[in-house]
Design a protein around this ligand. Structure first.
Ligand SMILES: Cc1cc2nc3c(=O)[nH]c(=O)nc-3n(C[C@H](O)[C@H](O)[C@H](O)COP(=O)(O)OP(=O)(O)OC[C@H]3O[C@@H](n4cnc5c(N)ncnc54)[C@H](O)[C@@H]3O)c2cc1C
Length: 379
């Protein structure tokens, strides 16, 4: 067993850290406050190869492994989880889904641009009445011969107003249940496609989350991913990998808060000494560091499983379940270490605490991760 990162891994990690500190940190508080999408920063992330990290170079991707992706996600998420969710959705849901299951025309037309960030993508599964229970899709894609007629509403879509390409999951044949669901590539600007107002959120406020409305949108048949009825499998398979991205986002939020807490504890004095000299603070830091290390190992294990073509369903779900709890616990304690200063925006930890919560909700809530894990255990 080798825990050593390679030179390439260390280089990716260093590049992501440098980018986060120089390009994302300035302005992160203002973007959160004003719910401003980090458009300029995302463009640069695309130029640096962070938006199509694992895509084959023949489709303009970075050809990197999932471990590199986890390392980069952690560094970006330490500073700006609103930027890292864009990165996660584009890499693990949209690019991966099209590369793994799309046909050559779809890869040439969409993946080559998604991989460089020239355009970004969105993944549209959730609906007002279909969240955890993703089989109850009400959005319909009626088969009309050479096109599908798409009708319905999708909820909570990340990159909702910034994307150019949307993978939309919809029901074609109700009688076939989840085997009658399709995944369609919908382009922004198709007639009948409308974007609802931006959600006003607790955390990841820089990311743009929207409802999407489809009214008689004609989606050409060639935009279907995979065989007829493959949509549900497509969504579940894609989300299994997506969880590794969100787990590493949670890891980054936790380690970002921890680093700030360590720094602050060495600066702040109370009762004549730095607060880091008080054992109560030392124990908090020890707990944070131990939990973060365990979360990191779970994330890397899941990434390793994916890279070695082992089953990563359980390890990815475990990584997300654990890392998202560590993100929540660590950020709450990081605010505590900062005392009153932790409660105001300048010190960053209150934002990280707000951002942490979403990692227990999207791409499968913690309860759903437990269902996934226990199903595997009891097979
Ligand atoms: C900011 C944000 C961004 C998002 N981005 C996207 C996106 O890009 N694309 C997309 O498709 N979706 C996205 N989502 C949607 C997200 O994936 C769903 O919110 C999530 O899956 C939960 O669904 P729900 O909100 O309908 O909750 P529900 O499914 O209604 O769940 C409510 C509660 O019940 C629990 N619960 C439900 N079923 C069970 C069960 N069987 N056993 C135990 N407990 C259960 C849940 O864990 C949860 O605690 C996003 C959501 C948010 C808030």
């Amino acid at each position: 067993m080798n825990f050593q990162l390679t030179e390439e891994h260390l280089a990716v990690q260093a590049a992501a850290r440098e980018f986060a500190q120089t390009e994302l940190l300035p302005g992160v508080i203002e973007r959160d406050e004003h719910q401003k999408f980090p458009a300029e920063q995302i463009k640069k992330m695309g130029e640096l190869g962070f938006l199509g990290m694992m895509v084959d170079p023949k489709y303009n991707g970075g050809g990197m492994d999932t471990i590199s992706y986890v390392l980069a996600m952690e560094e970006i998420s330490k500073v700006d989880a609103s930027a890292s969710v864009v990165m996660s959705v584009n890499n693990s849901l949209v690019c991966w889904g099209i590369e793994k299951y799309g046909n050559e025309e779809q890869k040439q037309k969409y993946l080559t641009k998604l991989a460089t960030g020239e355009i970004i993508g969105a993944f549209c599964l959730s609906e007002p009445e279909a969240g955890s229970d993703a089989t109850s899709q009400r959005t319909t894609a009626e088969d009309k011969g050479d096109y599908y007629l798409l009708n319905g509403t999708k909820n909570w879509i990340t990159n909702g107003s910034s994307a150019s390409v949307y993978i939309v999951i919809a029901q074609t044949d109700v009688a076939k249940g989840h085997r009658g669901i399709n995944a369609l590539i919908v382009e922004r600007g198709m007639e009948g496609f409308e974007i609802g107002p931006k959600e006003n959120k607790l955390g990841i406020r820089g990311s743009d989350t929207h409802s999407l409305m489809f009214t008689d949108v004609k989606v050409p048949k060639e935009n279907r991913i995979g065989e007829d009825g493959f949509g549900f499998k497509f969504a579940m398979s894609t989300l299994a990998g997506g969880r590794i991205g969100i787990a590493s986002q949670a890891l980054g939020i936790a380690s970002g808060a921890y680093e700030l807490a360590v720094k602050y504890s060495k600066e702040r004095k109370a009762f004549g000494v730095e607060i880091s000299k008080h054992q109560a603070i030392q124990f908090k830091l020890a707990d944070m560091a131990t939990n973060i290390e365990a979360a990191r190992l779970l994330c890397l294990q899941a990434a390793y499983d994916k890279d070695t073509h082992a089953d990563y369903g359980k390890s990815g779900a475990m990584a997300k379940l654990f890392a998202s709890k560590v993100a929540m616990d660590t950020t709450i304690e990081a605010v505590q270490v900062h005392g009153g200063y932790g409660f105001v925006k300048e010190y960053h930890v209150e934002r990280l605490m707000r951002d942490a919560k979403i990692t227990q909700i999207y791409e499968g809530t913690s309860e759903i991760q437990k269902i996934v894990i226990s199903r595997e255990l009891l097979k």
